[in-house]
Design a protein around this ligand. Structure first.
Ligand SMILES: Nc1nc2c(ncn2[C@@H]2O[C@H](COP(=O)(O)OP(=O)(O)OP(=O)(O)O)[C@@H](O)[C@H]2O)c(=O)[nH]1
Ligand SMILES: [Zn+2]
Length: 396
């Protein structure tokens, strides 16, 4: 499906096919760039009162030159299109009450048809309710290139309230049945705050003015013990240092940078009993071994079976006392024939991508030299058991 571009804001929307460059208007974007046809979407999540609306307003009022559509995953599902201060209210027509439930069937197409009606946006921000689990939303927007969607998931930004986050992390999540009928595994203190942090690509620790330096350090340590892959920024009134590359245009699902993998593998204390980050290593792989890794990941992400349990093949880890529940997967896998494969995953969705940015210099991190690395963020991750299962499955 072609996306239509509105090149002139004063004139009525003129529909121009993106693959037929219009050279009469100023194009700030490269028309040869394929990304022109796909609009990034950033999910902004965070607990009640963390500062999401404050952040939205900050972004909309900054000079960014983008035409940003804001979707609120609230009762009213309103959508605001803003460019340089001008805001227009639109309404998304969704099949049922809640965006996270209806987006599966109609949400993505509702956004797409709105883009057709209004001309393309440059950017979409989706603000979830404070209680949303971004793990349910993310895979819906993370659509295969091949499916021809006009939007793609750029990243998940989670705001936390520096003053209240530690307390939120000790509140258990109300037992909730997901739209697919499954329930979250119950275990030690899984809170909504955990889910929002474990899925984040960027974490903004807001309300820094309300805590002491020591409290702030505690919050940072707790958060990076849960999610060692996310970039952390500390703010007052959600004023992030920059938008580009900090909140927007992260490409968090099509890049895996070596530095963040290295950072995650440094070993962070297991301060949080519910969710942690674990890094596994693999030597350079043959393509047959990459296929085995694919099978291993299907097993662990889809069926949640350990495939190489010491007692019996295919035994459910649940019966062994702990069932791994992996929220986020990233990896850089070194290939024997040269090159690096990137691994990206959210819950049960994962894919391998060829790395474009293979780092060869010493300065650009060790992740590409020697061993490949695999990072899991989730529950019930026992590093030694995982590493053994991985090696048995892939190298054995
Ligand atoms: N002291 C302080 N207050 C802040 C800061 N950032 C936001 N606030 C205030 O915190 C309150 C909640 O902020 P919002 O931006 O509405 O938070 P939200 O996450 O959108 O809240 P919900 O939509 O209710 O989940 C507002 O009164 C803000 O003015 C900050 O850095 N410091
Ligand atoms: Zn829902």
């Amino acid at each position: 499906m072609d996306s239509d571009m509105d090149f002139d804001d004063d004139a009525p929307p003129m529909l121009v096919a993106a693959d037929q460059p219009d050279d009469t208007e100023n194009l700030s974007v490269d028309v040869d760039d394929m990304s022109l046809t796909r609009v990034p979407i950033t999910i902004i999540t965070g607990y009640l009162g963390a500062g999401k609306t404050t952040l939205m307003n900050y972004i909309l009022n900054e000079r960014h030159g983008k035409k940003i559509a804001v979707i609120l995953n609230d009762i009213e599902k309103s959508l605001t299109v803003s460019q340089e201060g001008q805001q227009v209210e639109e309404w998304l027509e969704l099949a049922n009450g809640c965006l996270c439930c209806s987006v599966k069937d109609t949400g993505v197409s509702a956004i797409e048809s709105l883009m057709e009606k209004r001309g393309a946006f440059d950017y979409i921000l989706l603000e979830t309710t404070g209680l949303a689990d971004p793990g349910n939303l993310a895979p819906l927007f993370w659509v295969d290139d091949g499916l021809g969607s006009t939007i793609y998931l750029d990243g998940i930004v989670t705001l936390v309230d520096a003053k209240n986050i530690i307390r939120c992390l000790s509140e258990p999540t109300p037992a909730e049945t997901q739209s697919d009928g499954t329930e979250h595994a119950h275990g030690p203190h899984l809170s909504t705050a955990h889910l929002q942090i474990s899925h984040a690509d960027v974490i903004v620790i807001n309300k820094a003015d309300l805590v002491s330096e020591a409290e702030l350090e505690q919050v940072k340590a707790r958060i990076s013990s849960i999610n060692a892959l996310a970039k952390i920024h500390v703010t007052e009134h959600s004023k992030v240092p920059a938008l580009e590359g900090v909140l927007l245009d992260l490409h968090a699902y099509d890049k895996v940078d070596a530095d963040s993998i290295d950072f995650a593998s440094k070993g962070h204390s297991h301060l949080d009993p519910a969710i942690s980050t674990t890094t596994l290593t693999l030597p350079p792989l043959s393509s047959a071994q990459l296929d085995k890794l694919d099978t291993f990941l299907r097993n662990i992400l889809w069926t949640r079976f350990f495939i190489s349990h010491p007692e019996a093949e295919g035994v459910s880890v649940e019966s062994a006392g702990s069932r791994p529940e992996i929220h986020r997967t990233k990896g850089r896998l070194v290939m024997q024939e040269g090159g690096v494969k990137l691994l990206q995953g959210v819950r049960e969705v994962f894919e391998f991508i060829d790395a474009a940015d293979v780092s060869t210099s010493k300065a650009s991190g060790s992740a590409d030299r020697g061993n490949g690395k695999l990072v899991f963020i989730g529950r019930n991750l026992v590093p030694a058991a995982l590493q053994k299962s991985l090696e048995d499955a892939v190298l054995g």
